[in-house]
Ligand binder design. Structure first.
Ligand code: AHG
Ligand code: MN
Ligand code: MN
Length: 328
């Protein structure tokens, strides 16, 4: 796939999604409408991230969010941007955000609100003030007709119609799957568009690299400790950035395994299922990798709450299996 565009290969996110949508019989273009809102929102968030220190929106907002974590000023700004951009899409019925305790109800299904969009508006925000990659993670579900919209959005990750993330790193990269493989776009500032740079990404195998916060080793299960000890004795290298989007993006492109397992003080894990675990698991699986909570598939977990946490072990199948071998 070309990694730069010319007049005869330029394909934007919009044109790509429309072309993909044509493949789905009866496609109505409503899906493109949602992705275009995410594209607009993440361009705006990326701009804020890059000007954060200049505009003095670095640092803590002074509030604790529903996660019990100190909110960064940009967590709130990013959340407001996404809420605004998605809120005026007339086919979005409900929004679920890491920064909002309860779902935001927009339109009833009989008013056209057929989709739920769940998101982590700013992932890795504790890294903001040191200019390390942060991102936005999103998950799109079609609302079933049963029950309330709050209940209808709590679906297994296997039901996602789309998932993706934007990494505000040395470049602004959007990675997206709509269930037919994983495509990657880079924001070309000169034309203000996400341009397609890779189609059908496949996660490499054989990369003996693990990614975890080793400060927690003594708080991990015996199985995870045994895996880490085995890795230390088998020429593994370690890479950990502390922003899930950046760590997962490296695993997607280079292979290896990212693990945030439960600890004694976080027995359910730290990462949230609905807007971190599920979207990343869909992307990794669509790229030919594997994503499990301990040994069970993350995408099969039946959610009970918008903010429920999950263990996350994801990456190349061979590397995830090496972890599972020590934990079961
Ligand atoms: P968020 O900034 O959305 O709260 O997410 C932070 C998460 C995730 O990005 C990362 O993988 C993890 O926190 C890092 O946690 P530790 O600092 O405990 O390693
Ligand atoms: Mn996050
Ligand atoms: Mn966040």
């Amino acid at each position: 796939m070309e990694h730069s565009w010319t007049q005869d290969n330029l394909e934007s996110l919009q044109s790509h999604i429309l072309a993909e949508e044509q493949k789905c019989l009866g496609a109505t273009g409503e899906f493109t409408w949602i992705i275009s809102a995410i594209s607009l929102a993440t361009k705006a968030i990326g701009n804020k991230v890059r000007c954060a220190r200049i505009q003095d929106v670095i640092g803590e907002a002074g509030e604790v969010n529903v996660q019990g974590e100190m909110q960064q000023k940009l967590d709130i700004i990013a959340n407001e941007i996404i809420m605004h951009c998605l809120g005026n899409r007339d086919n979005v019925g409900v929004l679920g955000s890491e920064e909002n305790e309860t779902p935001v109800l927009l339109r009833r299904r009989d008013e056209g609100g057929r989709y739920a969009v769940l998101f982590d508006p700013l992932d890795g925000s504790s890294n903001l003030d040191i200019s390390v990659g942060v991102g936005t993670i999103f998950s799109v579900l079609r609302l079933s007709d049963e029950g309330s919209r709050e209940e209808a959005m709590l679906q297994q990750g296997a039901n996602q119609v789309a998932a993706g993330y934007v990494l505000y790193g040395s470049s602004t990269v959007l990675v997206l799957t709509t269930g037919n493989g994983v495509d990657m776009f880079v924001l070309d500032q000169s034309i203000g568009s996400f341009v397609l740079v890779s189609r059908g990404l496949k996660i490499p195998s054989g990369n003996k690299t693990y990614s975890t916060n080793e400060a927690y080793t003594d708080k991990y299960s015996q199985g995870i400790q045994s895996y880490l000890k085995w890795a230390h004795q088998n020429d593994y290298s370690s890479r950990y950035i502390g922003s899930m989007v950046a760590d997962v993006h490296r695993v997607l492109l280079k292979g290896g395994v990212f693990l945030y397992p439960p600890t004694t003080d976080k027995p359910d894990g730290k990462l949230r299922l609905m807007y971190e675990g599920n979207p990343m698991a869909m992307i990794i699986e669509q790229a030919g990798g594997k994503a499990v909570a301990s040994k069970d598939r993350i995408l099969d977990i039946v959610p009970e709450g918008l903010h429920q946490r999950t263990s996350v072990i994801l990456g190349s199948e061979d590397q995830v299996d090496a972890v599972i071998k020590h934990t079961t």
